[in-house]
Design a protein around this ligand. Structure first.
Ligand code: AVJ
Length: 317
């Protein structure tokens, strides 16, 4: 028997192995969200340059009554990737004014976040009954079928932006398949805008986004016993107008070998070479329309802020 160390090999190991030995090098963006990464993301949402979170929240607050009216009667709210459900209360409160009972099913992969969601919603909207669902979307959306009644499914925060257009349609189609006629989806998309606004949102002056990006290497150092030197990388954020997306990279400042012990893998990363860590797609209204249509939803209405920086789209089954 080989006396190997018994450190558990994480489920993402194969993806990392493929991404880091391929060309161009990539890492899956889901790796951002360990405990430190989730905290850094929370910090990003409060940055002056990161307009997304506060703009979406303002749209939700301003139009909550209209949104729930447009969505239909006797709704049960399901929020995909709810996290701590920080943006959901205005919608839930608007619903409690229209119907006797409101049930809210926040769905997330993180039980800790769901605990916070439950606390928050119970405190802010005491008339809403909260039923957290722990689920990994990689396993599908079967949990939607177990939730009774007419559903309003929320997918907020431009989370859809991490999917390339083809995968986004695939994911939304999977959701659509678990829904019934009359159900609705409220989808948040960040909109295409001047790069002078987009780029700083992903490359802030305080360097929080850079930290968030580099944290992925810290995580590989810990979870895969790797030896990435974080100071040997530079955070790069680029607007790609052809693919309509922000691209985030870690660019190598000097050539060096990196070993990922748990993968028994050594790779050379050249000076100037970039590891692609994230895409964040930005939509125009026609693009959002097409995505929803291709996934089997009818776009009924969209709401925007005054600058049209962020959009919330109501798709109907
Ligand atoms: C959580 C995917 C919506 O794309 O804006 C923020 C993640 N990355 N800054 C986004 C992110 C860098 C964020 N999403």
């Amino acid at each position: 028997m080989i006396a190997r160390e018994t450190a558990a090999i994480p489920s993402f190991a194969r993806e990392v192995e493929e991404g880091i030995s391929g060309f161009p090098k990539t890492l899956p963006c889901k790796l951002f969200y360990d405990a430190t990464g989730s905290e850094l993301f929370e910090e990003i949402t409060r940055l002056p340059e990161y307009y997304l979170t506060r703009t979406e929240l303002a749209i939700l607050e301003e139009h909550a009554a209209e949104m729930v009216r447009a969505a239909g009667q006797n709704l049960t709210v399901v929020e995909l990737g709810a996290g701590t459900a920080a943006k959901t209360c205005s919608l839930l409160r608007a619903l409690t004014r229209r119907q006797m009972r409101v049930s809210f099913f926040p769905v997330d992969i993180s039980p800790a976040a769901l605990g916070e969601a439950r606390e928050r919603v119970s405190a802010e909207c005491p008339n809403v009954s909260v039923r957290p669902v722990v689920a990994d979307f990689a396993e599908g959306f079967g949990f939607l079928r177990d939730i009774r009644g007419r559903k309003l499914v929320l997918y907020l925060g431009s989370s859809i932006g991490n999917f390339d257009p083809e995968s986004a349609v695939k994911m939304l189609s999977q959701v659509r398949r678990e829904l019934a006629a009359g159900d609705a989806l409220l989808l948040g998309t960040d909109m295409v805008k001047n790069p002078s606004i987009l780029v700083p949102a992903y490359d802030d002056t305080q360097g929080v986004t850079a930290e968030f990006n580099k944290n992925v290497l810290r995580r590989l150092n810990r979870d895969l016993q790797a030896d990435f030197d974080l100071d040997a990388f530079r955070h790069v954020a680029l607007w790609n107008p052809i693919r309509s997306r922000m691209e985030i990279y870690l660019e190598r400042l000097r050539t060096q070998m990196v070993t990922l012990r748990l993968l028994q893998l050594t790779v050379r990363i050249h000076v100037g070479e970039r590891i692609h860590t994230e895409n964040s797609y930005k939509y125009t209204l026609p693009m959002a329309h097409e995505m929803l249509r291709d996934a089997g939803f009818n776009l009924e209405r969209s709401w925007f802020d005054e600058c049209k920086w962020f959009g919330l789209h109501l798709g109907r089954v």
